[in-house]
Ligand binder design. Structure first.
Ligand code: PBG
Length: 326
């Protein structure tokens, strides 16, 4: 450093700080996850996620029209089906809950980005992300075939993007092939490439009603101790045709995010998951932290680590806060 060069000189006023700021938050970067359930006029609160609801399709459409007006225009859809069974049929049924929701949303918000979460766990009676063999283990290859079928049903119903979150091997390639074969070669795949077997998904299991009835997801989700494995998963998904990558959870895995950013050229999303949301909400409700400050700090940290996009339950609230500033 030159003897007279002092970093403090660039921190003297808010205008100067704004001029040299490296990281920015904008509503364009947010993806808002939503839960859709059967019924009419429903807006059922999720106890462990204050401010987040299971919506019936009609209420969800009205809600997202409001959120769209705030500037948040990308949504990640999860479904709570009418009925669950061993093979998760409602995931790929033409009239499954998510397919019905996609058609309704596509009609009211034609320009929105509708990202369909692609997994069987919300639709299987046992709550696992795939079909089970007679010993109760998830059977990779038969599951992949059903995921490909689900992707086509979602694309046909109006999904802009499909987002496989199951972590089966070879699913991205199979989904790409099925989409191309049925005329949906323009629908991108956003793959949850680095998805850890995390305790931070706890509140989501209540929200999506997908708690496994036995065992856990450690045979298909990643071991929390592994770093190189994440890079390998990302490489595999990219080689099979993934267009975008998700790292999940976000804040406890910023190192992974940074590394994936350094090693790849595709757009990366980080998923600030239900447990991250619930912790901030709980502490803020108790007056132990300042909610806006901590939400913003977390989102900035995620962007600073290399995320282009952030999947966050705070999207509408953050959009409101950003709107108040401008
Ligand atoms: C599985 C899936 C999970 C989440 C999204 N999709 C996790 C799981 O139950 O293993 C978690 C998201 C969150 O916690 O917010 N399809």
């Amino acid at each position: 450093m030159y003897p007279t060069q002092r970093p403090r000189r660039l921190r003297g006023s808010e205008t100067m700080r704004a001029l040299v700021r490296e990281t920015h938050l904008s509503v364009d970067q947010f993806i808002y996850p939503v839960f859709v359930r059967p019924g009419k006029g429903r807006r059922d609160p999720i106890g462990s996620m204050p401010g987040i609801y299971q919506w019936s399709i009609d209420s969800l459409v009205d809600h997202l029209v409001d959120v769209y007006a705030l500037g948040v225009r990308s949504y990640l859809l999860f479904g709570i089906p009418h009925q669950k069974d061993d093979v998760g049929s409602e995931a790929y049924d033409e009239n499954g809950i998510v397919q019905d929701a996609l058609r309704a949303l596509r009609e009211r918000l034609p320009e929105s980005i509708l990202i369909a979460d692609l997994c069987l766990c919300e639709y299987t009676s046992h709550g696992h992300c795939g079909l089970l063999d007679p010993e109760g283990h998830v059977a990779n290859d038969p599951t992949v075939a059903l995921l490909a079928r689900t992707a086509v049903a979602q694309a046909r119903a109006g999904a802009s993007v499909v987002a496989p979150s199951d972590m089966m091997d070879g699913r991205v390639g199979a989904i790409r092939e099925a989409l191309d074969r049925d005329g949906y070669s323009d629908v991108p795949i956003m793959s949850y490439a680095a998805k850890y077997a995390s305790g931070f998904y706890g509140p989501f299991r209540e929200a999506a009603e997908n708690t496994p009835s036995f065992g856990d997801r450690k045979s298909y989700q990643m071991d929390i101790t592994n770093r190189r494995e994440a890079l390998k998963e990302v490489q595999l998904d990219l080689s099979e045709g993934a267009d975008m990558i998700i790292v999940k959870p976000a804040l406890p895995y910023l190192d992974i995010l940074r590394e994936v950013r350094n090693e790849t050229l595709v757009p990366i999303a980080a998923y600030q998951v239900s447990g991250e949301y619930a912790m901030i909400k709980a502490a803020a409700t108790n007056g132990w932290i300042e909610e806006r400050r901590v939400v913003e700090e977390s989102l900035i940290a995620i962007r600073r680590a290399g995320a282009d996009m952030i999947v966050t339950y705070f999207a509408p609230q953050m959009a409101r806060w950003l709107g108040e500033d401008s």
